[in-house]
Design a protein around this ligand. Structure first.
Ligand code: CP
Length: 328
């Protein structure tokens, strides 16, 4: 038994993905916009092979032993930060962490100078969250090590979308033809943008739902439909991904009251009863109970919110592993 465990723990590489000929060559992961459908599937397949590591008594493999992952979070985070930190740890990498608060950015240092200084200390991968759209993209040509986007303003949150898509594929077996509703503050949501891009690339249908003030009409250019009525689409979707209202990105009030928003666009037991019996209820977190969904729904049998969080670890292990192995 011991021998078997030791041999399994020493397996530094994930098992082969479904396309063994696929070669990952991408240095950075800054958005799903840049990824082909084949690359997205490769990340998902690699994540499948990493899931098992988290079930071991010793939750570690030496895939990134000796490497250093720098987590630069210039914007608050609970899930993404801890998930990347644990993912790096499970791959045996060392981690260093810097937040916006308490760093020398408060003294006027630019993000580029911060990143270059940390790179000079010999780190191997950057994971960056930033409040400005495009911040990670602007760094990729200026540093020699991989950059992973952990969320840039309202632009993209690629690893959140990958873990959402992973969870849908895990539960439904496919993305092809699956109909997904993304509900709420579409206008300010990087999660919505990355999900729409990734889901469409893998053959899912997407309908975005919310009041006109939170759903830009131009979003249809991304290949999704728009509905301004949650009640109208309840019975026709396989997945409902509820989004948090991002008040921190509002410059003015975009709906009369939370009570009204919730009555029109909140998921509750009554609305759930009108959905398909096995509809998946998702939320990227953090959730505001009683606003975008009730506790009954958030903690009920259709909810896969915590499964998303669990899957995030395997997905982020896959991402850190793949960008670290790429030749650049
Ligand atoms: N889903 C998500 O990005 O959560 P955090 O802001 O807590 O990282």
């Amino acid at each position: 038994m011991m021998t078997k465990k030791a041999s399994s723990s020493s397996n530094a590489r994930p098992s082969k993905s479904k396309n063994p000929k696929f070669l990952w060559t991408r240095k950075d992961l800054v958005g799903l916009d840049e990824l082909s459908s084949e690359e997205i599937v490769h990340v998902l397949d690699t994540a499948v092979s990493f899931q098992e590591v988290s079930t071991r008594s010793i939750k570690k493999i030496p895939a990134l032993r000796g490497k250093v992952v720098a987590l630069l979070f210039f914007e608050d985070s609970t899930r993404t930060r801890m998930s990347f930190e644990l993912a790096a740890s499970r791959l045996s990498a060392d981690t260093v962490f810097l937040s916006g608060k308490g760093s020398s950015t408060s003294k006027g240092e630019t993000t580029l100078d911060t990143v270059r200084n940390v790179e000079a200390m010999g780190v191997d991968v950057f994971v960056i969250r930033h409040s400005q759209s495009g911040a990670p993209h602007q760094l990729v040509d200026k540093v020699n090590v991989p950059i992973v986007n952990a969320g840039d303003g309202p632009h993209e949150h690629p690893t959140q979308a990958l873990l959402d898509i992973f969870t849908i594929r895990q539960k439904l077996g496919t993305l092809e033809g699956v109909r997904v509703a993304i509900v709420g503050d579409i206008a300010h949501s990087r999660v919505a943008r990355s999900n729409i891009i990734g889901l469409r690339k893998l053959g899912a249908e997407v309908v975005v739902v919310g009041p006109p003030t939170l759903v830009p009409a131009t979003i249809t250019a991304m290949g999704c439909e728009i509905s301004h009525s949650l009640d109208d689409i309840l019975g026709e979707v396989d997945v409902i991904n509820m989004l948090r209202i991002q008040f921190e990105r509002f410059s003015s009030n975009l709906f009369p009251s939370l009570r009204e928003y919730s009555s029109l666009f909140g998921m509750n037991a009554d609305r759930l009863s009108k959905c398909r019996k096995d509809v998946l209820i998702m939320h990227p977190g953090p959730i505001n109970r009683g606003v975008e969904l009730t506790s009954e729904v958030a903690d009920g049998p259709n909810s896969c919110i915590l499964q998303q969080v669990t899957n995030g670890l395997a997905v982020r292990m896959a991402v850190l592993y793949l960008v670290s192995q790429s030749r650049h």
